[in-house]
Design a binder for this molecule. Structure first.
Ligand code: HAM
Length: 419
């Protein structure tokens, strides 16, 4: 036997037995985005590597260790599978000059790729729904993004998420903070692990994110950004909190919230759960006022977030949300030459009226076809023999109710099935 080729590690198939849950999720997300006026943008799965290096940041886990970057040998381009959606969305907005028409509320969804160590809730191909509001500077849009998340959780039946918000201040206040952090951590250089030492002069903020237990006492005593915060950023953060309180959204302030991407300033936030083990963040984002300019656009503020679809689907299940698959209305069983031709006609006739119909293919006895009808989950079996066909009728058998089967005229059928 030929060797079986398996899927790439960390990249999952979504089989029919779970795809209907994805459809429910996607449909709910579409309705939700429309409620808030966010319009869809679709960008390629592959971009120039440089786009991600310049936006996410050179000294980040994503760019240093996790990006599927490769050389396209046909023309020597350095390309990468997108590890996230913000950079590509911003690139497209600049390239097509969308901000010329005013601020934009945009959204996207689809697969992202990161070469992480796969485990439950962490994959190498995973799916995000992302929302980006470009051209808006005020805390009102930050609040809108958070409030809309809260509504989505409600629509999806997800409970028990915690919202953490923080602020990173302006580029200037971060620069000041950075200098203070470097000075502070330099005193403890001998106690820092290899990763932290490497980041000490390039990205000291990321040291705060370290999970190394031995470094925690040093990290806890490190200078806090809030003490170096500039006044406009402080006001922005306070306004955001006020708006969230007004809307009844509960939050915790986490001034140590460090995101794994470098483009953020001011507001950052994460929705976290205790129900998914180590992979606790289901949705995260923040403000990135410098990014558009940084990758070649006219300066414009922006804010957004992205959620991990796989994690949210598990969470919906954990929260007891039952999603019913969309089952067929009818399964048509048929035997005989005239019957088969009438069965085709019946199937198309019913579909024309919006019914979901499976037409049995592959022959077999009535008994074996009825077993398939039952297994399909259809509410009705439609039985057609030559006898029915010559009368222009079918036998309609309810499969889920204790009701008798009956001969029915083709034209009466769709009303009966739909009720
Ligand atoms: P992120 O925090 O890197 O942010 O990812 C957002 C969400 O994607 C995470 O909270 C998590 O639910 C999910 N996620 C990330 N990596 C994986 C993985 N390996 N497997 C499964 N799920 C994963 C961003 O990507 C930013 N672009 C968010 C943003 C949009 N900020 C502003 N606008």
């Amino acid at each position: 036997m030929a060797k079986v080729v398996k899927a790439v590690r960390g990249m999952n198939d979504i089989l029919p037995g779970e795809a209907y849950q994805w459809h429910f999720f996607e449909q709910t997300v579409q309705d939700w985005l429309a409620m808030y006026g966010y319009r869809c943008i679709r960008t390629p799965l592959v971009e120039h590597t440089d786009l991600f290096v310049r936006s996410i940041g050179e000294v980040t886990d994503i760019v240093e260790k996790e990006m599927y970057s490769f050389v396209d040998h046909l023309n020597n381009d350095r390309l990468a599978l997108r590890p996230e959606g913000t950079a590509a969305c911003v690139r497209a907005v600049i390239e097509h000059n969308l901000l010329y028409a005013g601020p934009q509320r945009l959204s996207y969804s689809g697969p992202m790729f990161r070469h992480e160590r796969p485990q439950k809730g962490r994959y190498r191909q995973f799916h995000q729904v992302g929302v980006e509001a470009l051209g808006y500077s005020g805390p009102d849009i930050d609040a809108e993004l958070i409030v809309m998340c809260a509504r989505l959780w409600q629509m999806l039946g997800i409970t028990g998420l915690r919202l953490e918000i923080g602020t990173l201040g302006s580029a200037e206040s971060r620069a000041l903070h950075r200098t203070r952090l470097i000075k502070y951590f330099e005193q403890y250089a001998k106690h820092l692990d290899e990763d932290a030492n490497r980041r000490l002069h390039t990205n000291p903020l990321r040291i705060l994110d370290s999970k190394n237990p031995e470094m925690q006492p040093i990290i806890e005593q490190a200078p806090k950004l809030i003490d170096d915060l500039d006044e406009p950023s402080r006001i922005h953060f306070e306004m955001l909190q006020l708006l969230l309180r007004e809307q009844g959204v509960q939050f915790e302030i986490n001034l140590r919230l460090v995101r794994g991407l470098d483009y953020y300033n001011r507001t950052v936030f994460e929705w976290v759960t205790d129900k998914l083990g180590a992979q606790s963040a289901v949705c995260a984002g923040g403000r990135y006022d410098g990014l558009i300019e940084q990758i070649g656009g006219k300066p414009a503020p922006a804010c957004g977030f992205a959620m991990g679809v796989e994690r949210l689907l598990v969470l919906m299940h954990e929260c007891g949300k039952e999603i019913e698959p969309l089952l067929p209305d009818a399964y048509i069983v048929h035997q005989g030459e005239q019957a088969t031709s009438f069965a085709w006609k019946t199937a198309e006739f019913l579909r024309e009226t919006g019914c979901r119909v499976i037409l049995h293919c592959g022959g077999g006895s009535f008994k074996s076809q009825m077993k398939k009808a039952d297994a399909s989950g259809a509410r009705y079996a439609i039985i057609i023999g030559d006898d029915e066909a010559s009368a222009g009728e079918v036998t309609l058998k309810p499969m889920r109710l204790a009701a008798d089967q009956a001969r029915v005229d083709l034209h009466a059928l769709s009303d009966l099935i739909k009720t």
